[in-house]
Design a protein around this ligand. Sequence first.
Ligand SMILES: NC(=O)c1ccc[n+]([C@@H]2O[C@H](COP(=O)([O-])OP(=O)(O)OC[C@H]3O[C@@H](n4cnc5c(N)ncnc54)[C@H](O)[C@@H]3O)[C@@H](O)[C@H]2O)c1
Length: 255
Amino acid sequence: MFELKEKIAVVTGGARGIGKGICETLAKQGAWVVIADLLAEEAAATAAEITRLGGKAMAVKTDITDLMSVQAMVSTIKDTIGPVDILVNNAGWDRMKPFLKTAPDFWNRVMDINFKGVLNTIYAVAPGMIEQNSGKIINIASDAARVGSTGESVYSGAKGAVISFSKTMARELARNRINVNVVCPGPTPTPLLDDMKAEDAFADKILSSMDKIIPLKRMGTAEDIAHAVVFFASAEADFITGQVLSVSGGLTMAD
Ligand SMILES: NC(=O)c1ccc[n+]([C@@H]2O[C@H](COP(=O)([O-])OP(=O)(O)OC[C@H]3O[C@@H](n4cnc5c(N)ncnc54)[C@H](O)[C@@H]3O)[C@@H](O)[C@H]2O)c1
């Protein structure tokens, strides 16, 4: 079950945090993993670690906010290992602040990384999947999009846009046997969360109390999220598209 041998998977933001867990877990299932991240050194280190453990991985420095950079990454993969079978849109970014304390530069950065980055990668990858008449796209959104999250106004809007866009892409690409699904992590310790806590006392207070609030009484791990991604990437999920799955220990129980 959940066999991914011979599949080529691209994971944006795969150098660290949740993306790193996704890369490691996809590689364990046999996939060839391409880490598309801005952090070239960390991405190369993650690829080396996967290779050392017997998996197949490579890093390609990519800025998902730049369509040309994304298109160059997709061409590099096609020329070196083959066409992309699985796209995991994981790269994301946020800082916690009340909306009225934010400014347009911040809104643009949040939208560019969390929403427009997903437009860029799907725009670059989907034509190859259409040619192959198969593919799996898994977008990482957030429970913030499903139920709101104080201090994450623009981010929750961007992730909500990812969910709506994913549902429409699932409809448009279904005729090409391409499945598009969304995984929504709950609070999961990663460098992103560490930065948010370090920079803001409010974020620190909220995030530090999460393990008491979450029904399953712990924060998530990168592996928890990765298992849901592997499921959506596998043949076992061939008849599932346009769906949203929260992996958050029951913190949110959205319809
Ligand atoms: N950690 C959480 O609690 C949590 C909760 C809900 C959703 N998420 C989502 O999960 C995903 C992963 O988050 P994380 O916590 O592991 O974050 P992280 O900051 O630890 O890792 C994100 C990775 O994305 C990369 N990245 C950022 N901007 C990029 C760009 N323009 N181009 C290419 N790569 C870029 C970073 O270099 C980094 O390696 C994000 O989409 C985030 O919004 C995280």
